[in-house]
Design a protein around this ligand. Structure first.
Ligand code: NAD
Length: 542
């Protein structure tokens, strides 16, 4: 049974400070050196199965989204046999890891956080910048800070969870044993956050589970270094097994195993729905009902009231929509602006969007890099053309460039149809669509924000009038799992704004919180009777 006391008191969790990488700072110097060396290393990224590196003859080339000629790594390609071995390695590690004390498990992740915030910081940042085309600031808040936060805070949340114990009455002792799931967990992670890649296998592992981790094929370099870091932090062999598998092969092999016990997924809504269906079909031969945790897409709104502060609104729209090229699940992608504010907001927003530096992220003055791949590039180019075709105005941006890398300019579309394609569909790129409403139609604007599209991930209201804030908070209650007042809808911080959405946006189990960790345990209630009765008759029987 998990020994809670031996882990207490845990080091108090605090958010990892964001370094600024200003010219002349030591962190900038170290990062620039690491970017330079990483460009020349071109490693072969192996699967890590049972703690062993496994390479394959067949490999895949991994290049930078902002520079097609920058060949960063070659990646092993998993066959069903590799996935099978990863499952077997996980199952072989289970008995020892599931019975390890909480202190022993937590120590691995606390150490990993400390390594990440010190000696590994520049490596994880450089891999994220080059492989996923993040600016240094976007990488720092993800690969360094958020991942360290997930590891540190989850240890504290787990301790809180374990402390939740039932009442004992005289003569008996009741307790709950927070068992890991019986079997193994599959973690399937997206391209856009190194921290999510690290958290999806780690959160179940912290709770005593063993994991097969399949990262996105667009995040392999930072996934590789995350795994190396965890190994250096003392993660026992087989607890997390990293395989670069084709999605279909991985899922088919995993679901064929009766011990599949849970899916920890982040990615698009369509893929999650498909996985849910496949799990349901596999149920007849599975030993348990698997836990299914998925955080998925969004079409996040910003609604401004006529009392909004226009300058704050512009910054929130620009940062919310265009940081990391709009490739955050929380990115602002539809806005409802009152006519009385629009002309001021329009001018400023277009000015800001057209002055954002876009290019190679290893130039630290860059604000935007490239979008992740050719599919994303085509999807975004088509969406812009579609808007043009419908006669919607492209106020700024709209340009693309595919020769050097997959570049899409920060783009603002003005629509007169509040339910147009780009007001509803998750585009996952630097495209913001604006609908201007008459000031008198505030209630209608809230209704539109609440009911347009299938998602409910994040959203913001901008207003100085308190009654308007209250009205929006009520009207939009079911429209976002993370709701912001006078702030952009992105940038949730672990421990401060537990993150996740409902409707088509996921199961809302709030990554980096106790609510997520609870899904990776199967509690066993234990009653110990100190004075068992010796007479079967009850007193009322005389
Ligand atoms: P994606 O759905 O294309 O891929 C996610 C993962 O699923 C990858 O590992 C991929 O290889 C795998 N996958 C793809 N097809 C599969 C299949 N048929 N079966 C099994 N696995 C499959 O998503 P992405 O492009 O990597 O990430 C972007 C998406 O993720 C966006 O929709 C975004 O909103 C969402 N996202 C959500 C959150 C959140 O917290 N809600 C956070 C980050 C990203």
């Amino acid at each position: 049974m998990t020994d809670v006391q031996s882990a207490l008191p845990l080091p108090a969790a605090r958010n990892e400070p964001v370094l600024d990488y200003a010219p002349g700072s030591p962190e900038r110097e170290e990062l620039e050196a690491r970017l330079k060396s990483m460009k020349d290393e071109r490693p072969l990224l192996p699967h890590v199965i049972g703690g062993r590196d496994v390479t394959t003859e067949e490999t895949r080339r991994y290049t930078a989204p902002h520079d097609h000629s920058l060949h960063l790594a070659d990646v092993a390609v998993a066959t069903p046999e590799h996935i099978r071995r990863a499952i077997d390695a996980a199952k072989a590690a289970r008995a020892e890891w599931a019975s390890a004390s909480f202190a022993d498990r937590a120590a691995v992740f606390l150490r990993a956080a400390d390594l990440l915030s010190t000696t590994w910081r520049s490596t994880l940042n450089a891999a994220t910048m080059l492989g996923q085309s993040k600016s240094i600031f976007q990488s720092e808040i993800d690969a360094a800070c958020e991942l360290a936060d997930f590891w540190r805070f989850n240890c504290n949340f787990a301790a809180r969870l374990y402390e939740d114990q039932p009442l004992s009455v005289p003569g008996s002792w009741n307790r709950v044993d927070y068992r890991p799931l019986e079997g193994f967990v599959l973690a399937v992670s997206p391209f856009n956050f190194t921290s999510i890649g690290g958290n999806l296998p780690s959160a179940p592992a912290l709770m005593g589970n063993v994991v097969v981790w399949k990262p996105s094929d667009k995040q392999v370099l930072s996934a590789h270094y995350t795994m190396r870091l965890l190994q250096q932090a003392g993660l026992p062999d087989g607890v997390i097994n990293l395989v670069y598998g084709d999605p279909g092969t991985t899922v088919d092999t995993v679901l064929a195993d009766e011990d599949f016990a849970g899916l920890h997924f982040t990615g698009s809504t369509a893929v999650f729905k498909q996985l849910w269906r496949e799990i349901a079909e596999a149920l007849p031969h599975l030993r348990s009902y698997p836990r299914i945790v998925g955080e998925t897409g969004g079409k996040n709104f910003v609604v401004a009231h006529p009392s909004a502060d226009p300058a704050a609104l512009v910054v929130a729209l620009a940062r919310g929509a265009f940081e990391y090229q709009g490739q955050k699940c929380s990115a602002a992608s539809r806005a409802y602006i009152p006519r009385s504010l629009w002309s001021e907001v329009e001018d400023e927003l277009c000015e800001v969007a057209s002055s954002m530096p876009m290019g190679d992220v290893s130039d630290l003055s860059t604000f935007l890099g490239a979008v992740i791949d050719e599919n994303a590039f085509n999807r975004l180019s088509d969406a812009i053309e579609g808007a043009r075709g419908r006669g919607e105005r492209i106020l700024v941006g709209g340009g693309t460039e595919r020769e050097r890398g997959w570049f899409v300019q920060p783009t603002v579309i003005l629509t007169e149809d509040p339910r147009s394609d780009t007001m509803q569909r998750e585009l996952f790129g630097p495209i913001l669509t604006v609908y201007v409403y008459d000031d008198a139609d505030w209630d209608q604007a809230l209704e539109l924000a609440a009911t347009t599209g299938p998602y409910a991930l994040t959203g913001s209201v901008f207003a100085r009038d308190r009654a308007a804030v209250r009205r929006a908070t009520d009207a939009l209650r079911d429209a976002a799992g993370n709701f912001y007042v006078n702030d952009k809808p992105t940038g949730a911080v672990v421990g401060q704004q537990p993150f996740g959405g409902a409707r088509g946006s996921g199961t809302n189990d709030k990554a980096g919180s106790m609510w997520n960790l609870i899904r990776w345990v199967s509690p066993r209630a234990i009653k110990e009777n100190f004075t068992p009765p010796h007479d079967w008759r009850y007193p009322h029987m005389g």
